[in-house]
Each structure stands twice: as C-alpha cells, then as structure tokens.
Design a protein around this ligand. Structure first.
Ligand SMILES: [Zn+2]
Length: 339
C-alpha cells in the first residue's frame, strides 16, 4: 500500500498508504488511477505551500473500486466502480447563497486534505459517483476534468449553432473544445504548443497558433467577421486576457476558466461597447459529474487520445519531472493498485 506525498521543494516521496477504516457515512476505496492535474503541478512548484500541509498525499482525479463502507452508507456497495468529486463541504455561509461548490468553507480533497494518489483512500460517501460498465477505470480517471469542462460549457450557455473560441489547449481547454463540439458548436482552439495543435487537429478541431497568426484576424477570417458567440479563457496568460475581448461578437460571452492568481488589465471599454458578458467558472456541481459520466460512457468523445502515459506510484517523482520539463503531454495517469 503506497502513496505519493508532496514534501516541498519539487519533491514527491513514496510513503505508506494507511488503510483507514471508514467512519459513519464514509467509504474506503482502492484507487485504480489518479490523474495529474495542473493544480498538482502548482503544488509541486511550491506555489501553494501556504495552503498545503506537508507532507501531503496529493491527487484529486480518481477512479476507484469500493473496498469498505461505513455505517449509514446506502448508495454504494463493496465492489462498485466509482469516481470521486473531491469537494469537502464545510458549514454553509450566508455568502454562499446555496452554491456549496464555491462556498466560503469549501475544502478540496487532495489539496487541503489527503488526496487520492495512493492505494487506499477513505472519503465521504457523498463524494462518490458510480460509473457504468461501459466506462473503463482508466478513462474514468478523466471524469473530474471532464466535469470541469461540462460545467464551463453549461455556464457559457453555448448552443449547437454557435461558434466558440477556446484560448489554451491543455487538458481542460481540449475537454471544453470536445464538449462544445459534441454539442454541435463550431470550435476554434488557440494554442502555442505544436504537438498540442497537432492533437487538436486530429480531434477535428480548427486550431490556430497565435504566435504565427494574429488570433483576432484569424477568428474574423474564419467567421467572415461574425466573431465568436463565446470565448473560454483557459490559458491563464496575460495575452489571453488581452485578446479575449477582441474575439467576441456583440453581446458575446467570455468565460474565465483559468486561474489568474494576480490581477490583469481587461479592456472594459469593449465590455461596455458591445455589451459583452463575463462569466467566472470554477470546479463543478454534482450534476456536472453525472453528465460527464454519461457523456464519457456514450463513447462520443475521444477521451483516450488525451491520455499521454500511465505510470506506477513507484515512478511518480519521475513523472512529475517529465511533465515539468516537457510540455507536449496532455494527461498523465498514476496506476495506484495492481487490480
Ligand atoms: Zn484538477
């Protein structure tokens, strides 16, 4: 029983994974696969050292098999295949207005408390979503980021006859693009990494490299001046924020998906002039997970193409070094158990 623990300063150490018996309304899982997320890379780089208590077992993109259930758990049984919505809801605050997933007292499992990059993991039963037989455990590790994409597209109010631009072609950007396309929308993806651009084109997306072509001009040309109904800012870059207001049509929507830790200049004149709307989108709600599972199980999305490599817990330090040193990959999974 092993675990990957972040101990600070770009270091992940192999640690024992404790088998913690589930308390009331908890479930113990045997983790199958745990995906590595951009947030895990932020932790690795020390950007979240004030928040993460070290050593901390990280990881929040998990598929698993139920190993033990605590008293009061009715919805899952031993042997069920599940994925985990890694949110620990605190006490509801007036501020929340019922939006627990962005509530004041929300904690993220895998950041603020031990995560799923380990063989045995005990979590609250309400975090679990069962996965159907058609979905294998490897693909099911992508449900968490897919739920992010489903949530983002839902909040964008994108329709099948509309055009959207996705700025940034990492895992979340590609998933948003795939969900939007599946809806019937036209998708133009902006990305600077050539191998990610190649993958995007393999997935049937229109893709532009903004270092080679002016993005606003390209969108104008592709849409015959109509521009996009909706833009997703997923790059987290200052240039992404700068250009996003140039890409939307009158009354278009801009969805800010990326984490921008520092304030950046935004062209508010454009917002006023064209009555643009800006929408923030973070995490997901329970129904986004259900929708993501259904979508993945339908086989309509080429999710497998996003999995760059599957490694074992023993090699976790090496995998993080690879992700850090070479930006071509999309999604790396850690296999956390033999079965
Ligand atoms: Zn994540």
């Amino acid at each position: 029983m092993k675990a990957a623990a972040y101990t600070g300063n770009k270091t992940l150490q192999l640690a024992p994974s404790e088998q913690i018996s589930p308390a009331d309304n908890e479930v113990r899982l045997e983790v199958a696969y745990c995906g590595i997320c951009g947030t895990d890379m932020h932790i690795y780089h020390g950007n979240m050292d004030q928040r993460v208590r070290m050593p901390q077992i990280i990881g929040h993109e998990v598929s698993a098999v139920v190993a033990e259930v605590g008293a009061g758990v009715a919805d899952v049984q031993v042997g069920d295949r599940v994925c985990v919505r890694p949110l620990k809801f605190g006490e509801a605050a007036n501020f929340d207005r019922g939006n627990a997933h962005v509530g004041k007292n929300l904690r993220i499992i895998g950041i603020d408390m031990p995560g799923g990059m380990q063989s045995s993991w005990t979590v609250p039963a309400y975090t679990l979503h069962k996965i159907p037989d058609e979905l294998n455990l490897e693909t099911a590790a992508l449900i968490e980021p897919l739920a992010v994409a489903v949530h983002d597209v839902k909040l964008s109010r994108l329709k099948g006859n509309e055009t959207c631009v996705v700025i940034g072609g990492g895992p979340i950007g590609l998933l948003i693009a795939m969900v939007a396309r599946n809806l019937g929308a036209r998708v133009i993806l902006s990305e600077i990494n050539e191998s990610r651009l190649t993958l995007a084109r393999e997935l049937g997306l229109e893709a532009v490299n903004p270092l080679e072509e002016n993005l606003a001009d390209s969108v104008a040309e592709l849409t015959e001046g109509a521009m996009a109904d909706c833009v997703f800012e997923v790059s987290g870059s200052a240039v992404g924020v700068q250009v996003m207001t140039d890409l939307v049509c009158a009354r278009g929507r801009i969805v800010v998906v990326a984490i921008h830790p520092d304030a950046k200049p935004v062209n508010l004149f454009k917002f006023f002039w064209s009555e643009i709307q800006m929408i923030g989108a973070r995490l997901y709600e329970a129904e986004d997970f259900d929708d993501a599972i259904q979508l993945a199980a339908s086989g309509q999305l080429a999710l497998k193409k996003l999995i760059t490599k599957v490694s074992t817990l023993e090699n976790v330090a090496e995998v993080f070094e690879t992700i850090d040193s070479q930006p071509d990959g999309i999604k790396y999974l850690i296999k956390c158990n033999e079965t």
